[in-house]
Design a protein around this ligand. Structure first.
Ligand SMILES: C[S@@+](CC[C@H](N)C(=O)[O-])C[C@H]1O[C@@H](n2cnc3c(N)ncnc32)[C@H](O)[C@@H]1O
Length: 251
């Protein structure tokens, strides 16, 4: 996403309608694929992104499969695996992979220009410890990742779905969080960031209620020094919206 596109994604959606009914949901519709957490946007693929996808895509992009994955075979070495859900343009992805090289990273996104952009940055910075799947992250978690295979899960600025009748599309719901907890190894972490206060509080409630997760902090977490600011986050900050961060550990 370009910044304008990022802003539209965040603010183009109508404001939360007080009169609209909230649709109760535990996330099971997301888990069974009848409700999606994203809308496929048409965003423009630049020539450079297109070239990067053609030339380097096969090196980094793994096809979706319903068969369980053996994560270590995807990388040139065995290392603890971090999953990132919805990396957008991948700015945080490649910078974290560069700055914390002892981990392998699996980034999931559906937006083709963002995938092209991340592939460009991986090549440009000589980063080898990232792989990408272009697919619904919920299906990847459900069908492809073995239990206890992850050391961390990163969810930075997930689509906010501000209208109450769309809350059922929000990623952070009990059934999905239960799946995340199942995929984390004991001691592994889930790191969530949003600029939408209502989503932050709702997510905190869901995470607190998940018996396999424990909040590492009292309430919201401090900013983790190693997480870089994306353009998306900068725009949010410049518009007066701060970041709400949650950091939970798998028991
Ligand atoms: C608001 S953007 C934030 C992007 C990025 N994390 C950042 O902080 O700049 C959310 C992204 O999540 C992606 N997304 C939402 N649901 C997804 C899903 N189920 N699987 C894969 N990607 C998803 C969207 O395509 C979008 O690019």
């Amino acid at each position: 996403m370009e910044p304008d596109e990022e802003m539209n994604l965040q603010h183009g959606l109508p404001n939360e309608g007080q009169s609209e009914p909230s649709v109760p949901s535990d996330g099971s519709q997301i888990l069974n694929g009848t409700v999606r957490t994203f809308v496929l946007r048409s965003g423009r693929l630049t020539d450079a992104q297109k070239r990067a996808l053609e030339q380097w895509g096969p090196r980094f992009i793994i096809p979706f499969s319903k068969e369980p994955l053996a994560p270590d075979t995807l990388f040139h070495r065995a290392a603890p695996l971090i999953l990132e859900i919805g990396f957008g343009m991948g700015q945080a992805t490649w910078q974290i992979a560069r700055d914390r090289p002892d981990y392998n990273y699996l980034g999931i996104e559906v937006h083709t220009p963002g995938i092209g952009r991340l592939v460009m940055d991986l090549v440009r910075h000589g980063i080898e410890n990232v792989r990408i799947i272009q697919h619904d992250a919920v299906e990847v978690m459900r069908d492809m990742l073995p239990g206890a295979s992850l050391t961390g899960i990163h969810i930075f600025y997930p689509d906010p779905w501000p209208k109450k009748r769309h809350h059922k599309r929000r990623l952070m719901q009990p059934a999905v969080v239960a799946l995340m907890a199942d995929l984390l190894q004991p001691g592994g972490y889930l790191y969530f960031v949003t600029d939408i206060e209502s989503y932050a509080h709702a997510t905190r409630e869901v995470l607190d209620a998940q018996p396999l997760l424990r909040n590492r902090y009292e309430g919201f977490a401090p900013h983790q020094e190693w997480r870089p600011e994306t353009k998306f986050e900068r725009h949010a900050r410049e518009s007066g919206r701060g970041a709400f961060e949650l950091f939970y550990v798998r028991i």
